[in-house]
Design a protein around this ligand. Structure first.
Ligand code: PLP
Length: 568
């Protein structure tokens, strides 16, 4: 019996070691020690079918749907090799390897008898279906997750690998195939299993071929009716998040009818040689969601022809997954003010009424210290200190998130650290294997960390390998401030900061995503803010100006921390 922190399924069977979370090492400016130690983990790995925020959000959505007893079904792909396993390597940056796990021995994941088929070009491919129940917190309700898998006998060796790796980016062909498996395979799986669906939700353009499959099964005069059963959520304004698939490659995967429908709804202009999946999804759905108020504004500017159907629904997190035990106990203690916060997380808003309550403040500080001690202990070979101001930057190393901003001016950073006595910084995050800029950022961060070897008395910097939900939870609970410095307005929502604030950890953030609509007391907000109605360029990083405002904000936050710590 060894549940992962994220999945509540508990199995009596012993855990197959291949499904255990990998121990990982740390790269730090405490060199000499790094090689000899690793962070030991003894839990089930969370289902390795996500890369970052989009997948974690999908998981949180399922958990909340189960809690709320919704009639709900989710469809995804069983990635036989997960996403990637990351190692930090001096001089090289990140090294990525295959992620090995064994679906057959994963507690709660069961293969179904039913199989479905689809064509990839001229080849018939069989898909096995897996089922996994996501339980509600009280375990009285569950929602099924159906996962599609091409790794079955009867398929050619190449076709067995179609569902190997999430975001396999070897070529456009792979991208198209993976999207066809999800969209077309997804609809066929739902139908084969006999589920009756009222609303199909396309989570990102990745799933857009689901509409194509439905449209294909009906005469064109029924399309409007089908559209009224489709909703779509767009998750990013960043260019790399919108698939433009070449028609020349689509021809090798889709049949002529599928291609025709895709072009009809997804061409940006007549005779276009690409199909834009965002456009396809926008045209296929009667409702299109953006993921924050700010993102609604941006999405409407980006897609002026669809303004009427676009609305913002701000992302959220599954609070019971991300709240630390110590915080949950604190909230229970103040149940007069916070009421049934587990069932109704909105009650947590009433925490504002406790602002002047000295006893609450002391209790909150102590609840936080419990989490911080746990983080310090977890990373004990690196000798972090409980009473030193600690911040984390942990997210995908995508360029618009500006991974290196904090290390832009090391002299200034050292100055701030010396002023407060000592500063502890934790980095974590993977770059997509095709994202050379992101990989370069990681390499550069490691080099800068190494260059600070002589400064460890007042500046301790760690890079944690293989950022995932497990590492994420430790960090969002245990640090003193959560650093979030994307270039506005390119962070559509962001959710890691929500996990931090739920645990009483303040934000050190640019004004972007959910932060733009949050109470300004969530932390210190700094940096560039675009004019209303302006998007700007995602390649103009404004590093110098924003690094400077980041340092000012950090300086202020460190001062506040010191005062608070001194006050008990
Ligand atoms: C929450 C979470 C994210 C999303 O973080 P952002 O702030 O949206 O970048 C990414 N990865 C993991 C592992 C998470 O837990």
């Amino acid at each position: 019996m060894s549940p992962s922190f994220y999945n509540t399924f508990i199995s009596k069977a012993p855990l197959n070691p291949i499904n255990k979370k990998h121990d990982f090492t740390v790269f730090s400016n405490m060199r000499g020690m790094d090689y000899f130690h690793s962070v030991k983990l003894n839990s089930l790995v969370d289902l390795p079918i996500y890369s970052g925020g989009l997948g974690v959000l999908a998981g949180d959505t399922l958990k909340s749907a189960a809690d709320l007893k919704y009639t709900f079904l989710a469809v995804g792909i069983l990635w036989n090799k997960g996403y990637i396993l990351q190692k930090a390597c001096y001089h090289f940056g990140q090294e990525t390897t295959e992620f090995n796990w064994e679906p057959k021995h994963y507690p709660g994941l069961v293969p179904l008898k039913k199989r479905i088929e689809l064509y990839i070009g001229k080849e018939r491919v069989i898909l096995r279906l897996w089922k996994y129940y996501v339980f509600s917190q009280d375990r009285q309700h569950a929602v099924p997750l159906i996962l599609l898998d091409s790794n079955v006998e009867g398929n050619s060796p190449t076709n067995r690998k179609l569902t190997d790796r999430l975001y396999n980016s070897k070529s456009e062909w792979w991208k198209i195939v993976q999207r066809k498996v999800l969209g077309v395979g997804g609809i066929r799986a739902i139908q084969a299993l006999g589920y009756e669906v009222d609303t199909y939700h396309l989570n990102e353009g990745h799933a857009a071929f689901a509409f194509v499959e439905m449209a294909k099964q009906a005469p064109a005069d029924r399309w409007e009716d089908i559209k009224s059963h489709f909703a779509y959520t767009c998750h990013t304004p960043v260019k790399a998040g919108h698939d433009r698939l070449p028609v020349s490659e689509l021809k090798n995967v889709l049949d002529p009818q599928e291609l025709g429908i895709s072009q009809q709804l997804g061409s940006e202009e007549v005779n276009s040689n690409t199909v834009n999946l965002t456009l396809l999804a926008l045209n296929a759905a009667h409702k299109a969601n953006a993921v924050s108020e700010k993102h609604e504004e941006v999405t409407k500017i980006q897609f002026p022809n669809h303004v009427k159907k676009i609305r913002g629904i701000t992302n959220g997190i599954h609070h019971l997954t991300w709240v630390a035990d110590s915080m949950a106990e604190l909230f229970d203690l103040y149940n007069e003010e916070l009421g049934a916060w587990r069932k109704n997380p909105e009650q947590l808003k009433n925490i504002l009424n406790l602002k002047k309550n000295q006893r609450f403040k002391t209790d909150l500080w102590e609840a936080h210290q419990v989490n911080k001690r746990s983080l310090v202990k977890w990373l004990s070979p690196w000798l972090l200190e409980e009473n030193v101001f600690t911040i984390a930057w942990a997210r995908r190393a995508a360029s618009y998130k500006r991974p290196e901003l904090l290390l832009y001016d090391l002299t200034r950073l050292e100055e701030i650290a010396r002023k407060v006595g000592c500063l502890q910084i934790i980095f974590a995050g993977k770059a997509h294997p095709k994202d050379l800029a992101g990989a370069h950022s990681i390499k550069s961060i490691l080099e800068k960390i190494d260059s600070l070897s002589g400064k460890r008395d007042y500046l301790k910097i760690l890079y944690l390998e293989d950022y995932d939900t497990h590492v994420g939870k430790k960090l969002v609970c245990g640090v003193d401030a959560w650093l979030n410095n994307p270039l506005p307005p390119f962070e559509a929502s962001g959710t890691s900061g929500m996990k931090a604030i739920l645990n009483g950890v303040p934000q050190l953030s640019t004004r972007d995503g959910w932060i733009a609509e949050a109470d300004e007391n969530v932390g210190i907000i700094f940096g560039y803010v675009p004019e209303k109605g302006e998007i700007g360029m995602e390649t103009n990083f404004r590093v110098e100006e924003d690094a400077n405002s980041l340092y000012n904000a950090l300086d202020e936050m460190a001062r506040i921390y010191k005062e608070a710590a001194a006050g008990g």
